[in-house]
Design a protein around this ligand. Sequence first.
Ligand SMILES: Cc1cc2nc3c(=O)[nH]c(=O)nc-3n(C[C@H](O)[C@H](O)[C@H](O)COP(=O)(O)O)c2cc1C
Length: 342
Amino acid sequence: MTGPTNPTYDAHADAYAASLRLSVAPMMDWTDEHCREFHRLLAPGARLYTEMVHAKAVIHGDRARLLAKTPHQSPLALQLGGSEPDALAQAARIAADHGFDEINLNCGCPSDRVQAGRFGACLMREPALVADCVAAMAAASEVPVTVKCRLGVDDDDDYGAFARFVDGAVAAGASMIVVHARNAWLNGLSPKENRDIPPLRYDWAHRLKRERPALPIVLNGGIASQALAFKQLAHVDGVMLGRAAYHDPYLLHTIDAALSGAAPRPRADLLRALRPYVEARMAEGVALKHIVRHVLGLFHGQPGGRLYRQVLSEGAHLPGADWAVVEQALTATEASAARHAA
Ligand SMILES: Cc1cc2nc3c(=O)[nH]c(=O)nc-3n(C[C@H](O)[C@H](O)[C@H](O)COP(=O)(O)O)c2cc1C
């Protein structure tokens, strides 16, 4: 028999496929709950990721803070760090109970602290352990388990080993793989250098997809324009943007709008849409500066963009700062842009 036999299932599959097209990478200190709220407004169709949280922090730590989110941040993945199957399974169950839509295992972070804990990128050299971790997480909850990985570590240059790593994770239950398409160098490079210096090899992710057409593959690393995002979408199921989405959040908006067919909204409208959230959180005691630090890039590359950043970042740090500071920044930016245009 050919063709769809279960329309409900197919609609679900289509919605899932659509939700993979664009995502915002997990970024420590950056993709906190406030940042994700802003990104959700900019990109209603994007899949969002938390910062990495260690499995043991989920189990023993302050869950209200570590797992904080709002319902409309969905689809939202919790990224877990760790390499102990039991702890990861327990954390996955807790994440599922908290309503996360995906649980992602970090196999790409190269920091010293992470290496000392034997997780992150060094797991690329332990495919059997990763498979055990994924199997334990998948058995512990109904929520899809995914893996974010590199191509290898240090001077690895073995597509076969990379593909076997992926196949092991998938056989253990991973339903999607995010490929940060470069190696992690565990000696001698800082995490920041590790995001730039090891060369990108998109062709490995393309080949993985060609050889495993049924496996959802999301490509990450260096995607910083709409043109590049769409070029890559011809080869893989989705693109994940990290730094570009953070530093130039309007790019996230324009890509999301292009994917959905919606007309892009003006920057100021998008920012003002955040006001109810900002005021609600401030009423709970959150300082303005903790939220608006994530919106400083909104006018990136625009006339008045530097002034916007300056007025907002300086004003948000003043005692008693409230939404009026955001309006001041917008007014200053509009005036500067008008002078520029005149
Ligand atoms: C500030 C910062 C923090 C990051 N934290 C994480 C993290 O917690 N987990 C993770 O898997 N990757 C982390 N990354 C890596 C990103 O998820 C992404 O893989 C990397 O930045 C490459 O994508 P890009 O070129 O689009 O930025 C971080 C990157 C940055 C810039």
